[in-house]
Design a protein around this ligand. Structure first.
Ligand SMILES: NC(=O)c1ccc[n+]([C@@H]2O[C@H](COP(=O)([O-])OP(=O)(O)OC[C@H]3O[C@@H](n4cnc5c(N)ncnc54)[C@H](O)[C@@H]3O)[C@@H](O)[C@H]2O)c1
Length: 375
Protein backbone atom coordinates (compact mmCIF):
# COMPACT_ATOMS: atom_id res chain seq x y z
CA UNK A 1 0.00 0.00 0.00
CA UNK A 2 1.34 3.45 -0.93
CA UNK A 3 2.20 5.70 1.95
CA UNK A 4 0.18 8.90 2.38
CA UNK A 5 2.21 11.99 1.48
CA UNK A 6 2.03 14.54 4.28
CA UNK A 7 3.10 18.19 4.22
CA UNK A 8 3.97 19.61 7.64
CA UNK A 9 3.36 23.36 7.95
CA UNK A 10 5.22 25.01 10.81
CA UNK A 11 8.51 23.65 12.09
CA UNK A 12 9.01 25.60 15.30
CA UNK A 13 8.70 23.92 18.70
CA UNK A 14 5.97 21.34 17.97
CA UNK A 15 6.31 20.78 14.20
CA UNK A 16 9.48 18.61 14.51
CA UNK A 17 7.50 16.20 16.72
CA UNK A 18 4.93 15.83 13.94
CA UNK A 19 7.73 15.33 11.37
CA UNK A 20 9.28 12.62 13.55
CA UNK A 21 6.00 10.81 14.11
CA UNK A 22 4.74 10.99 10.52
CA UNK A 23 8.16 9.69 9.41
CA UNK A 24 7.94 6.79 11.88
CA UNK A 25 4.34 5.86 11.00
CA UNK A 26 4.16 2.96 8.52
CA UNK A 27 1.15 4.56 6.80
CA UNK A 28 2.66 7.98 6.09
CA UNK A 29 5.73 9.78 4.81
CA UNK A 30 6.67 13.44 5.15
CA UNK A 31 6.75 14.77 1.58
CA UNK A 32 7.64 18.35 2.50
CA UNK A 33 8.03 20.82 5.34
CA UNK A 34 6.83 24.40 5.00
CA UNK A 35 7.90 27.23 7.28
CA UNK A 36 7.97 30.97 6.64
CA UNK A 37 11.17 31.25 8.66
CA UNK A 38 14.37 30.46 6.70
CA UNK A 39 16.17 29.82 10.01
CA UNK A 40 13.66 27.11 10.96
CA UNK A 41 13.95 25.52 7.52
CA UNK A 42 17.77 25.52 7.86
CA UNK A 43 17.45 23.78 11.21
CA UNK A 44 15.17 21.10 9.72
CA UNK A 45 17.53 20.73 6.76
CA UNK A 46 20.40 20.03 9.15
CA UNK A 47 18.49 17.33 11.07
CA UNK A 48 16.40 15.83 8.21
CA UNK A 49 18.41 16.56 5.05
CA UNK A 50 16.27 14.30 2.84
CA UNK A 51 13.05 16.34 3.27
CA UNK A 52 11.83 18.91 0.71
CA UNK A 53 11.73 22.32 2.34
CA UNK A 54 9.53 25.20 1.16
CA UNK A 55 9.03 28.73 2.47
CA UNK A 56 5.40 29.36 1.50
CA UNK A 57 2.04 27.65 1.33
CA UNK A 58 1.81 28.43 -2.42
CA UNK A 59 4.92 26.33 -3.04
CA UNK A 60 3.62 23.54 -0.79
CA UNK A 61 0.27 23.39 -2.59
CA UNK A 62 2.06 22.87 -5.92
CA UNK A 63 3.39 19.55 -4.60
CA UNK A 64 1.55 16.24 -4.82
CA UNK A 65 0.20 15.71 -1.30
CA UNK A 66 -2.58 13.74 0.36
CA UNK A 67 -2.80 15.75 3.56
CA UNK A 68 -1.19 18.44 5.69
CA UNK A 69 -0.51 18.91 9.38
CA UNK A 70 -0.53 22.51 10.61
CA UNK A 71 1.67 23.46 13.58
CA UNK A 72 1.84 27.24 13.26
CA UNK A 73 0.67 29.93 15.73
CA UNK A 74 -3.06 29.74 16.48
CA UNK A 75 -3.84 33.04 14.74
CA UNK A 76 -2.73 31.48 11.42
CA UNK A 77 -4.65 28.16 11.68
CA UNK A 78 -7.86 29.35 10.05
CA UNK A 79 -6.32 30.88 6.90
CA UNK A 80 -3.86 28.01 6.35
CA UNK A 81 -6.39 25.23 7.01
CA UNK A 82 -9.01 26.89 4.76
CA UNK A 83 -6.64 27.05 1.82
CA UNK A 84 -5.57 23.43 2.28
CA UNK A 85 -9.16 22.18 2.54
CA UNK A 86 -10.10 24.18 -0.57
CA UNK A 87 -7.11 22.60 -2.33
CA UNK A 88 -8.67 19.18 -1.66
CA UNK A 89 -6.34 18.09 1.17
CA UNK A 90 -7.23 16.38 4.43
CA UNK A 91 -6.06 18.49 7.36
CA UNK A 92 -4.72 17.87 10.85
CA UNK A 93 -4.59 21.14 12.82
CA UNK A 94 -2.77 21.62 16.08
CA UNK A 95 -4.84 22.49 19.12
CA UNK A 96 -6.69 24.78 19.46
CA UNK A 97 -8.48 24.50 16.11
CA UNK A 98 -8.72 28.26 15.54
CA UNK A 99 -8.58 31.64 17.23
CA UNK A 100 -12.35 32.18 17.51
CA UNK A 101 -15.67 30.33 17.38
CA UNK A 102 -16.47 31.97 14.05
CA UNK A 103 -13.22 30.74 12.51
CA UNK A 104 -13.59 27.25 13.97
CA UNK A 105 -17.21 26.94 12.82
CA UNK A 106 -16.22 28.12 9.32
CA UNK A 107 -13.52 25.42 9.14
CA UNK A 108 -15.97 22.69 10.22
CA UNK A 109 -18.46 23.86 7.57
CA UNK A 110 -15.78 24.11 4.88
CA UNK A 111 -14.47 20.58 5.61
CA UNK A 112 -18.06 19.28 5.33
CA UNK A 113 -18.64 21.11 2.04
CA UNK A 114 -15.34 19.88 0.58
CA UNK A 115 -15.78 16.33 1.87
CA UNK A 116 -12.37 16.55 3.56
CA UNK A 117 -11.21 15.21 6.91
CA UNK A 118 -10.56 17.83 9.53
CA UNK A 119 -8.86 16.55 12.67
CA UNK A 120 -7.50 18.50 15.64
CA UNK A 121 -4.40 17.34 17.48
CA UNK A 122 -5.85 17.03 20.97
CA UNK A 123 -2.91 14.81 21.81
CA UNK A 124 -4.02 13.54 25.20
CA UNK A 125 -7.01 11.71 23.74
CA UNK A 126 -4.46 9.33 22.24
CA UNK A 127 -2.40 8.77 25.39
CA UNK A 128 -2.45 5.41 27.13
CA UNK A 129 -3.30 7.08 30.43
CA UNK A 130 -6.39 8.94 29.19
CA UNK A 131 -7.56 5.85 27.29
CA UNK A 132 -7.24 3.84 30.52
CA UNK A 133 -9.09 6.49 32.52
CA UNK A 134 -11.93 6.32 29.98
CA UNK A 135 -12.15 2.56 30.39
CA UNK A 136 -12.21 2.93 34.16
CA UNK A 137 -14.95 5.58 34.08
CA UNK A 138 -17.07 3.69 31.57
CA UNK A 139 -16.58 0.45 33.51
CA UNK A 140 -18.09 2.17 36.58
CA UNK A 141 -14.88 1.98 38.65
CA UNK A 142 -15.26 5.57 39.89
CA UNK A 143 -19.08 5.57 40.17
CA UNK A 144 -20.72 8.91 39.41
CA UNK A 145 -18.17 11.63 38.70
CA UNK A 146 -18.35 14.51 41.20
CA UNK A 147 -15.70 16.84 39.80
CA UNK A 148 -12.44 17.14 37.89
CA UNK A 149 -9.65 19.33 39.27
CA UNK A 150 -6.72 20.01 37.00
CA UNK A 151 -3.45 21.83 37.60
CA UNK A 152 -1.31 22.50 34.54
CA UNK A 153 1.41 24.96 35.50
CA UNK A 154 5.10 25.59 34.85
CA UNK A 155 7.47 28.27 33.60
CA UNK A 156 5.77 28.18 30.20
CA UNK A 157 6.62 29.19 26.67
CA UNK A 158 5.05 32.66 26.44
CA UNK A 159 2.88 33.01 23.33
CA UNK A 160 2.38 36.26 21.47
CA UNK A 161 -1.06 35.61 20.00
CA UNK A 162 -2.91 33.73 22.76
CA UNK A 163 -3.22 33.75 26.51
CA UNK A 164 -2.38 30.86 28.82
CA UNK A 165 -5.93 29.48 28.66
CA UNK A 166 -5.78 29.09 24.87
CA UNK A 167 -2.32 27.52 25.20
CA UNK A 168 -2.84 24.98 27.99
CA UNK A 169 -6.54 24.55 28.77
CA UNK A 170 -7.34 22.88 25.39
CA UNK A 171 -5.74 19.79 26.91
CA UNK A 172 -8.08 19.73 29.92
CA UNK A 173 -11.19 20.75 28.02
CA UNK A 174 -10.67 18.12 25.34
CA UNK A 175 -9.92 15.44 27.94
CA UNK A 176 -13.11 16.17 29.89
CA UNK A 177 -15.16 16.39 26.66
CA UNK A 178 -13.82 12.99 25.60
CA UNK A 179 -14.18 11.32 28.98
CA UNK A 180 -17.64 12.46 30.00
CA UNK A 181 -19.23 13.10 26.59
CA UNK A 182 -21.31 16.02 27.83
CA UNK A 183 -21.29 19.64 26.66
CA UNK A 184 -20.33 22.38 29.07
CA UNK A 185 -23.22 24.50 30.32
CA UNK A 186 -21.42 27.62 31.51
CA UNK A 187 -17.95 28.96 32.25
CA UNK A 188 -16.45 31.42 34.65
CA UNK A 189 -12.79 32.40 34.62
CA UNK A 190 -10.41 34.78 36.27
CA UNK A 191 -6.88 35.59 35.31
CA UNK A 192 -4.14 38.17 35.28
CA UNK A 193 -1.36 39.32 33.00
CA UNK A 194 2.22 40.14 33.99
CA UNK A 195 4.75 39.74 31.17
CA UNK A 196 2.42 41.33 28.61
CA UNK A 197 -0.43 43.40 30.04
CA UNK A 198 -2.85 42.10 27.40
CA UNK A 199 -2.10 38.39 27.62
CA UNK A 200 -3.11 36.53 30.77
CA UNK A 201 -0.33 34.27 32.01
CA UNK A 202 -2.17 33.00 35.12
CA UNK A 203 -5.77 31.78 35.00
CA UNK A 204 -8.42 29.79 36.83
CA UNK A 205 -11.32 28.35 34.85
CA UNK A 206 -14.51 26.82 36.24
CA UNK A 207 -16.66 24.85 33.81
CA UNK A 208 -20.03 23.55 34.89
CA UNK A 209 -21.66 20.70 33.03
CA UNK A 210 -24.68 20.08 35.23
CA UNK A 211 -25.74 20.62 38.83
CA UNK A 212 -23.56 17.79 40.08
CA UNK A 213 -20.46 17.92 37.92
CA UNK A 214 -17.87 20.67 37.44
CA UNK A 215 -14.31 20.94 36.17
CA UNK A 216 -11.81 23.35 37.66
CA UNK A 217 -8.73 24.13 35.63
CA UNK A 218 -5.70 26.05 36.82
CA UNK A 219 -3.21 27.04 34.14
CA UNK A 220 -0.18 29.31 34.29
CA UNK A 221 3.17 30.09 32.70
CA UNK A 222 4.69 31.53 35.87
CA UNK A 223 4.98 28.59 38.21
CA UNK A 224 8.49 27.80 39.49
CA UNK A 225 7.63 24.10 39.40
CA UNK A 226 5.97 22.00 36.74
CA UNK A 227 2.73 20.31 37.78
CA UNK A 228 0.52 18.19 35.51
CA UNK A 229 -2.13 16.71 37.74
CA UNK A 230 -5.79 15.88 37.27
CA UNK A 231 -8.08 14.57 40.01
CA UNK A 232 -11.22 12.71 38.98
CA UNK A 233 -13.39 12.35 42.06
CA UNK A 234 -16.21 9.84 41.98
CA UNK A 235 -18.89 8.43 44.24
CA UNK A 236 -17.18 5.01 44.41
CA UNK A 237 -13.49 5.79 43.98
CA UNK A 238 -11.27 8.67 42.94
CA UNK A 239 -8.35 8.80 40.56
CA UNK A 240 -5.29 11.01 40.30
CA UNK A 241 -3.49 11.33 36.98
CA UNK A 242 0.02 12.72 37.43
CA UNK A 243 1.65 12.53 34.04
CA UNK A 244 5.06 13.49 35.48
CA UNK A 245 5.10 10.23 37.44
CA UNK A 246 6.42 8.05 34.65
CA UNK A 247 6.15 4.72 36.46
CA UNK A 248 2.72 5.16 38.08
CA UNK A 249 0.90 8.03 36.33
CA UNK A 250 -2.54 6.88 37.51
CA UNK A 251 -3.44 6.07 41.10
CA UNK A 252 -6.90 4.94 42.11
CA UNK A 253 -8.04 5.65 45.64
CA UNK A 254 -10.76 3.60 47.25
CA UNK A 255 -11.47 6.58 49.47
CA UNK A 256 -14.51 8.76 49.79
CA UNK A 257 -17.70 9.23 51.71
CA UNK A 258 -20.63 6.92 52.28
CA UNK A 259 -24.03 8.60 52.42
CA UNK A 260 -26.85 7.12 54.48
CA UNK A 261 -30.54 8.10 54.35
CA UNK A 262 -31.77 10.60 56.90
CA UNK A 263 -32.99 14.12 57.52
CA UNK A 264 -30.99 17.39 57.55
CA UNK A 265 -30.54 17.59 61.35
CA UNK A 266 -28.81 14.26 61.47
CA UNK A 267 -26.69 15.10 58.43
CA UNK A 268 -23.33 14.89 60.19
CA UNK A 269 -23.90 11.37 61.44
CA UNK A 270 -25.01 10.30 58.00
CA UNK A 271 -21.71 10.89 56.23
CA UNK A 272 -19.05 8.32 56.99
CA UNK A 273 -15.59 8.04 55.51
CA UNK A 274 -14.22 5.15 53.54
CA UNK A 275 -10.42 4.72 53.63
CA UNK A 276 -9.45 1.80 51.45
CA UNK A 277 -6.67 0.70 49.12
CA UNK A 278 -4.68 2.67 46.58
CA UNK A 279 -3.60 0.94 43.36
CA UNK A 280 -1.97 1.86 40.11
CA UNK A 281 -3.04 0.31 36.79
CA UNK A 282 -0.62 -0.57 34.00
CA UNK A 283 -0.51 2.05 31.24
CA UNK A 284 0.45 1.50 27.60
CA UNK A 285 3.75 3.45 27.31
CA UNK A 286 3.39 4.35 23.58
CA UNK A 287 3.81 7.99 22.48
CA UNK A 288 0.44 9.74 22.23
CA UNK A 289 1.46 11.70 19.12
CA UNK A 290 2.12 8.42 17.28
CA UNK A 291 -1.50 7.56 18.08
CA UNK A 292 -2.59 10.92 16.65
CA UNK A 293 -0.78 10.53 13.32
CA UNK A 294 -1.78 6.85 12.91
CA UNK A 295 -5.43 7.69 13.62
CA UNK A 296 -5.30 10.57 11.12
CA UNK A 297 -3.87 8.22 8.48
CA UNK A 298 -6.49 5.53 9.20
CA UNK A 299 -9.28 8.10 8.95
CA UNK A 300 -7.91 9.29 5.59
CA UNK A 301 -7.66 5.73 4.26
CA UNK A 302 -11.14 4.70 5.39
CA UNK A 303 -12.80 8.16 5.07
CA UNK A 304 -13.85 8.02 8.72
CA UNK A 305 -14.61 10.84 11.13
CA UNK A 306 -11.70 11.29 13.55
CA UNK A 307 -12.16 10.94 17.29
CA UNK A 308 -10.95 14.53 17.70
CA UNK A 309 -12.75 15.95 14.69
CA UNK A 310 -13.47 19.58 13.86
CA UNK A 311 -16.64 19.50 15.96
CA UNK A 312 -14.75 18.52 19.09
CA UNK A 313 -12.22 21.23 18.23
CA UNK A 314 -15.07 23.72 17.88
CA UNK A 315 -16.53 22.78 21.27
CA UNK A 316 -13.12 23.40 22.84
CA UNK A 317 -12.74 26.77 21.09
CA UNK A 318 -16.24 27.76 22.23
CA UNK A 319 -15.17 27.16 25.83
CA UNK A 320 -11.84 28.97 25.38
CA UNK A 321 -13.60 31.99 23.94
CA UNK A 322 -16.16 31.94 26.73
CA UNK A 323 -13.40 31.74 29.35
CA UNK A 324 -11.63 34.77 27.90
CA UNK A 325 -14.92 36.67 27.77
CA UNK A 326 -15.49 35.82 31.39
CA UNK A 327 -12.08 37.18 32.37
CA UNK A 328 -12.86 40.45 30.55
CA UNK A 329 -16.12 40.56 32.53
CA UNK A 330 -14.30 40.04 35.85
CA UNK A 331 -15.41 36.45 36.28
CA UNK A 332 -19.03 36.78 35.16
CA UNK A 333 -20.42 33.41 34.06
CA UNK A 334 -20.76 32.92 30.34
CA UNK A 335 -23.63 30.61 29.45
CA UNK A 336 -23.03 28.29 26.53
CA UNK A 337 -26.40 27.86 24.84
CA UNK A 338 -25.64 25.05 22.41
CA UNK A 339 -27.43 25.09 19.12
CA UNK A 340 -29.66 27.92 20.24
CA UNK A 341 -29.14 30.14 17.25
CA UNK A 342 -30.38 29.59 13.73
CA UNK A 343 -26.91 29.10 12.21
CA UNK A 344 -25.89 26.47 14.74
CA UNK A 345 -23.40 28.70 16.58
CA UNK A 346 -23.63 28.67 20.30
CA UNK A 347 -24.32 32.18 21.44
CA UNK A 348 -22.47 32.70 24.70
CA UNK A 349 -23.99 35.25 27.02
CA UNK A 350 -22.54 36.63 30.16
CA UNK A 351 -24.35 36.40 33.45
CA UNK A 352 -23.23 38.59 36.33
CA UNK A 353 -21.91 36.63 39.30
CA UNK A 354 -24.73 37.85 41.53
CA UNK A 355 -27.31 36.36 39.24
CA UNK A 356 -25.95 32.84 39.65
CA UNK A 357 -25.85 32.87 43.38
CA UNK A 358 -28.01 35.18 45.49
CA UNK A 359 -25.43 34.74 48.26
CA UNK A 360 -23.13 37.15 46.37
CA UNK A 361 -20.75 34.82 44.57
CA UNK A 362 -18.04 36.60 42.59
CA UNK A 363 -15.40 39.00 43.74
CA UNK A 364 -15.64 40.48 47.20
CA UNK A 365 -17.46 43.75 47.51
CA UNK A 366 -18.02 44.10 43.77
CA UNK A 367 -21.13 46.04 42.80
CA UNK A 368 -23.78 44.10 40.90
CA UNK A 369 -23.20 44.43 37.18
CA UNK A 370 -26.01 44.51 34.69
CA UNK A 371 -26.44 41.30 32.72
CA UNK A 372 -24.99 41.66 29.28
CA UNK A 373 -25.92 39.81 26.16
CA UNK A 374 -22.54 39.65 24.48
CA UNK A 375 -23.82 38.58 21.08
N1 LIG B 1 -0.43 19.10 20.93
C1 LIG B 1 0.41 19.62 21.80
O1 LIG B 1 0.65 19.06 22.87
C2 LIG B 1 1.11 20.89 21.45
C3 LIG B 1 2.28 21.28 22.11
C4 LIG B 1 2.87 22.48 21.75
C5 LIG B 1 2.30 23.27 20.77
N2 LIG B 1 1.17 22.86 20.16
C6 LIG B 1 0.50 23.69 19.14
O2 LIG B 1 1.32 23.75 17.97
C7 LIG B 1 1.13 25.00 17.33
C8 LIG B 1 2.49 25.65 17.12
O3 LIG B 1 3.08 25.89 18.37
P1 LIG B 1 4.67 26.02 18.52
O4 LIG B 1 4.91 26.12 19.99
O5 LIG B 1 5.35 24.99 17.73
O6 LIG B 1 4.90 27.45 17.85
P2 LIG B 1 6.29 28.04 17.30
O7 LIG B 1 6.11 29.51 17.28
O8 LIG B 1 7.44 27.45 18.03
O9 LIG B 1 6.37 27.50 15.81
C9 LIG B 1 5.50 27.95 14.80
C10 LIG B 1 6.24 27.87 13.47
O10 LIG B 1 5.30 28.24 12.45
C11 LIG B 1 5.99 29.06 11.50
N3 LIG B 1 4.98 29.85 10.80
C12 LIG B 1 4.26 30.91 11.29
N4 LIG B 1 3.37 31.34 10.36
C13 LIG B 1 3.56 30.56 9.27
C14 LIG B 1 2.94 30.50 7.99
N5 LIG B 1 1.94 31.35 7.66
N6 LIG B 1 3.36 29.57 7.10
C15 LIG B 1 4.35 28.71 7.43
N7 LIG B 1 4.98 28.72 8.64
C16 LIG B 1 4.58 29.62 9.55
C17 LIG B 1 6.96 29.88 12.33
O11 LIG B 1 8.02 30.37 11.54
C18 LIG B 1 7.42 28.85 13.36
O12 LIG B 1 8.58 28.15 12.95
C19 LIG B 1 0.17 25.80 18.21
O13 LIG B 1 -1.14 25.63 17.74
C20 LIG B 1 0.31 25.13 19.57
O14 LIG B 1 -0.84 25.27 20.38
C21 LIG B 1 0.57 21.69 20.47
Amino acid sequence: MKKLKIGVIGAGYWGPNLIRNFSACPLTEVAAVCDSSPERLDAIGRSDGHLSLVGSLDELLEMKLDAVAIATPVSTHSALASRCLEAGLDVLVEKPLAASVLEAQALVDLADRCGRILMVDHTYLFSGAIRRIKELIEGGELGDLYYVDSIRINLGLFQRDINVIWDLAPHDLSIVDYLIGREARSISASGCAHADRNIEDVAYVNVDYDDQFQANIQVNWLSPVKVRQMIFAGSRKSLIFNELNLTEPIKIYDRGINLNDGDEERHKQLVSYRLGDVWSPHIDPGEALQGVVSHFAECIRHRQTPLSDGRLGLRVVRQLEAATRSIRAQGGRVVLSHGASANGHAAPREVGPDQRSPAGAGRNGRAKRPDVLLR
